[in-house]
Design a protein around this ligand. Structure first.
Ligand code: CTP
Length: 396
């Protein structure tokens, strides 16, 4: 079902990664194992190679003149990266963004969901350095599968024992099997920003890059859904397993989304659709010799989301976005959730620094009737996972 990268790091608990591997396989997943040099002091690579039926990645560089394991290729093909057990050292390298080893380099090159199951001596686990590193990873969207309390390898009692392999695999499966992306689910995403022609060469547009919608589409595909993206002027790489329909204007987006809507289970409307368009776009070029000032008459576009919401089938889940500015933002977003008849509304404050349009990060609040889940700043890929988690809970 899914392609999982299992990173095994140095620690007595490395042998438990064998169980993690076997349970993942039993649940139908393909696993490629990457071991750090520390891990190989505890368990031989041959064990993981035999059980996974694949070569084990151990080195970023091969012997002189030889290529190592291709970290970029590994990252490209994987649906999820799990590090179990994760040592304090590997957690620190991930937090620092050091790519000095195969596992660390794969982590940097991978933009899908990452889960980390720490295992170490309790004093190392509670050390502020480790705490801070884990917190940093969590803020970036990495899911931490917390260690258990118990007797540790050195006889001490405390927090730091690797979570039970079943619990680790459950956490993995929640990210790839259930919810919004369950196999066979149809997910429709709109992405980008519409452009409304003023004349043959000019348009009224907005600054949406399409990154958020792209991240949602890719996350839903990783979870096994059939994904269609209605794209408004998005210049980003396309995934071969996703269907893309280009719709540059609000009217074209309305038509394309309207056609795909009937058969989708989940609609995520991440596109920035123009609210107004020039009422009479000029054929050819505007003649500026006619007057010093130009007055453009604009007319309203259809509210695509409100229209689709009004004709939804039972069971369909609808998610809208609201880019708002200023202190009234959250209130406006709430009002929009209700007015458009949505199940969820993803609110982002476009006034915040370093997030939003064109940026790789976002800071979102997921609203539903009577509840708001405010999330810290994280990558758009991590936001996408959280949005799908929330939407998945509503799908029957
Ligand atoms: N949207 C839409 N059709 C439009 C405008 C917006 O489907 N013509 C969708 C957007 O894709 C987004 C949500 O509606 O998911 C909210 O968009 P926004 O423009 O913020 O909402 P408006 O209803 O236009 O609210 P406002 O009055 O604040 O502009």
């Amino acid at each position: 079902m899914a392609e999982i990268l299992l990173g095994v790091t140095g620690g007595v608990a490395a042998y438990k990664a064998v169980d993690v591997l076997r349970i993942l396989q039993r649940r139908g997943h393909e696993v490629t194992v990457i071991m750090t040099s520390g891990a190989r002091r505890f368990v031989g690579a041959a064990t993981f190679a035999a059980l996974s039926g694949r070569p084990v990645g151990t080195q970023l560089f091969g012997a002189e003149g030889q290529p190592g394991y291709d970290h970029l290729d590994l990252a490209r093909r994987a649906d999820l990266l799990l590090v179990a057990p994760a040592s304090a050292n590997t957690i620190a390298r991930m937090a620092a963004g050091q790519g000095d080893g195969l596992l660390a380099a794969v982590y940097l090159a991978f933009d899908g969901p990452v889960l980390v199951a720490p295992a170490m001596n309790t004093r190392m686990y509670v050390h502020p350095a480790t705490r801070d590193n884990l917190e940093l990873l969590r803020r970036r969207g990495v899911e931490i599968v917390p260690p258990e309390w118990g007797i540790l390898a050195d006889g001490e009692v405390g927090e730091g024992r690797l979570a039970a392999p079943d619990a680790i695999v459950d956490a993995v499966c929640r990210r790839i099997e259930v919810g919004a992306g369950r196999a066979g689910r149809r997910v429709l995403v709109t992405a980008g920003g519409t452009r409304e022609p003023v004349d043959a060469v000019r348009y009224l547009g907005n600054r949406s890059s399409g990154r958020m919608g792209w991240a949602i589409a890719e996350a839903a595909r990783r979870r096994g859904a059939e994904v269609t993206v209605v794209a408004a002027n998005v210049d980003l790489p396309r995934h071969p397993a996703i269907i893309y329909v280009d719709a540059p204007t609000a009217a074209e987006l309305h038509r394309a989304a309207g056609e795909a809507f009937g058969s989708c289970d989940l609609l995520i409307m991440a596109a920035a659709v123009a609210d107004y368009r020039p009422a009479a776009p000029v054929e050819g070029k505007l003649d500026k010799s006619q007057s010093a000032a130009l007055e453009l008459a604009l007319e309203r576009t259809d509210d695509v989301l409100a229209e689709l919401s009004a004709r939804r089938n039972p069971g369909q889940v609808l998610v809208g976005f609201a880019a708002e500015h200023g202190p009234q933002g959250l209130e406006h977003a709430r009002e929009k959730l209700e007015r458009k008849g949505l199940d969820l509304l993803v609110f982002n404050d476009i006034g915040a620094d370093g997030v939003g349009f064109g940026s790789p990060d976002n800071e979102i609040t997921i609203l539903r009737a009577g509840a708001a889940q405010r999330l810290p700043r994280m990558s758009k890929a991590a936001c996408a996972e959280r949005i799908l988690d929330a939407a998945g809970e509503l799908l029957t």
